[in-house]
Design a protein around this ligand. Structure first.
Ligand code: AMP
Length: 143
């Protein structure tokens, strides 16, 4: 199974931000959208990612004044991305090795979606469940 299958089951609207947005605006965005990370775009180009971990780190270092900092000062710039043809297993391995829980999906230089560790785990569990059901009906049919 590829990550494309996961994207098909998700909303096409992707929450994103720009490098000039304030950290406090990002806190509101993460809370309102119930998400853990937000891609940072310049036009249509992905230039960074900011996750709740980055917010916590900035607050621990700078206290409440960090809320006024621009996203560009805090975000991770070297973003690992995948294509829509990447397998769910590979996406899981990349997240595990990189110790992050979000992977933007990029096609022709444009971000077309983002998958989280939660999406990947759910896809794997659903696939395993289907396999169990198929095996059960195969065994029942053979009996
Ligand atoms: P997360 O586990 O996704 O909340 O992110 C943990 C850390 O990794 C944060 O510093 C993020 O900015 C960073 N991060 C998240 N996703 C990626 C990614 N796809 N590529 C590189 N860094 C990332």
């Amino acid at each position: 199974m590829t990550v494309d299958r996961i994207l098909q089951g998700k909303s096409r609207e992707i929450a994103s931000t720009t490098a000039g947005a304030s950290l406090s605006a990002i806190c509101s965005l993460l809370a309102e959208r119930r998400i853990g990370a937000v891609p940072v775009l310049e036009g249509k180009t992905l230039i960074g990612i900011l996750s709740e971990r980055d917010v916590v780190r900035a607050l621990a270092l700078g206290g409440a004044t960090a809320l006024d900092l621009p996203v560009g000062e805090i975000m991770t710039r070297n973003v690992r991305t995948i294509g829509r043809g990447t397998s769910v297993e590979e996406a899981m391995a990349i997240m595990t090795e990189g110790r992050f829980r979000h992977l933007p999906v990029v096609e022709d230089g444009r971000m077309i979606g983002i998958v989280s560790i939660g999406d990947v785990v759910k896809a794997r569990l659903d696939a395993q469940q289907r396999e169990v059901e198929d095996l059960k009906s195969y065994v029942a049919g053979a009996a």
